[in-house]
Design a protein around this ligand. Structure first.
Ligand SMILES: [Zn+2]
Length: 307
């Protein structure tokens, strides 16, 4: 695949072990077969530590299945409690089935470009494409997942705000529950527009009458933005500083329009969780049956944009 400089978008020179931009004087290594085009790190781990963790993970998980590798990842990440780790493993394994359901809402031509791809479930559901994520360590597990599924997808470590692709990519862009984590969501939306011909995006809803999904506190989204960080720090001093910015469906639609997307439609997102109980399945099916009623995009746990 042809990459461009994530910063200035000029052509890159191949060099020993990676790529270089002559104009910017930047070097981008390829590690464990994954090019790393990040200009800044994710908030939880710096770039050097993320690469070291990914390389150690690659060595330790050789010969493991994807499921074993995810369990191993949580076993070496003591920040994440064991009871949640089992739930998260089950959810990670269900992601391919969920991605298949979601892609049905996004037909079209062009390669799938999944922004915030984590371990690449969308690429497996699509049978290929390009996945971008800021977390190198998760992409290493994604490479194992793609190999296990026999899918040839391209995984790229990069910032959503600085995509290393030329404008001619013509991608079918997907991005699931990533927007709220971004440092600069308007810039990322413009980047997706630059390389994309269509968009399917979901995000957790600011106004949903549910606990905030990342910190499990009620009412965070209903507070003025300037108070949210202090409120979360007060209630949950044990967590990382709150950097998430939940938006309403209307705010998401405005962002997409300002980025140049046309024909933007916002609605309550369908929810799927095949790893959960049959009772939960019935509740979700009922929800999907009602999600197009008036007002649902305002109250739903997640909203979805199509453009
Ligand atoms: Zn450059």
């Amino acid at each position: 695949m042809q990459f461009v400089c994530p910063q200035c978008k000029s052509e890159l020179r191949r060099e020993e072990g990676g790529y270089a931009c002559e104009a910017c004087g930047l070097h981008f290594p390829v590690i464990c077969g994954i090019p790393d085009f990040r200009l800044f790190a994710d908030p939880y781990i710096d770039i050097a530590a993320d690469r070291a963790k990914g390389e150690a993970l690659e060595r330790a998980t050789r010969g493991m299945s994807f499921a074993e590798a995810v369990r191993y990842y949580y076993s070496i990440t003591p920040d994440d409690p064991a009871d949640l780790a089992e739930l998260w493993t089950a959810r990670a394994l269900a992601e391919v089935a969920i991605a298949r359901e979601m892609l049905a809402f996004h037909p079209g031509e062009g390669p799938v470009l999944d922004v915030g791809c984590s371990t690449g479930a969308v690429l497996i559901a699509a049978g290929g494409g390009v996945g971008v994520d800021i977390a190198f360590r998760w992409l290493v597990l994604g490479a194992l997942r793609l190999r296990e599924a026999g899918v040839a997808g391209q995984l790229v470590c990069a910032n959503a705000e600085y995509l290393p692709f030329a404008g001619e990519l013509g991608a079918r862009v997907t991005s699931f529950d990533t927007l709220e984590h971004l440092r600069d969501a308007p810039l990322a939306m413009r980047e997706m527009r630059r390389v994309g011909q269509s968009l399917l995006l979901t995000s957790n809803n600011r106004w949903a009458p549910l606990p905030e999904p990342h910190v499990h506190l009620w009412g965070v989204g209903w507070l003025p933005r300037a108070w949210q960080v202090g409120y979360v720090a007060w209630r949950r001093g044990d967590l990382h500083p709150y950097r998430i910015q939940l938006r309403s469906a209307r705010e998401g639609r405005t962002l997409a329009r300002e980025a140049g997307w046309t024909g933007v439609a916002a609605e309550a997102a369908p929810l799927f969780a095949p790893q959960m109980s049959s009772v939960a399945q019935r509740v979700l099916a009922m929800y999907r049956g009602t999600r197009r009623l008036p007002g649902m995009s305002w109250l739903a746990p997640r909203w979805m944009l199509r453009a």
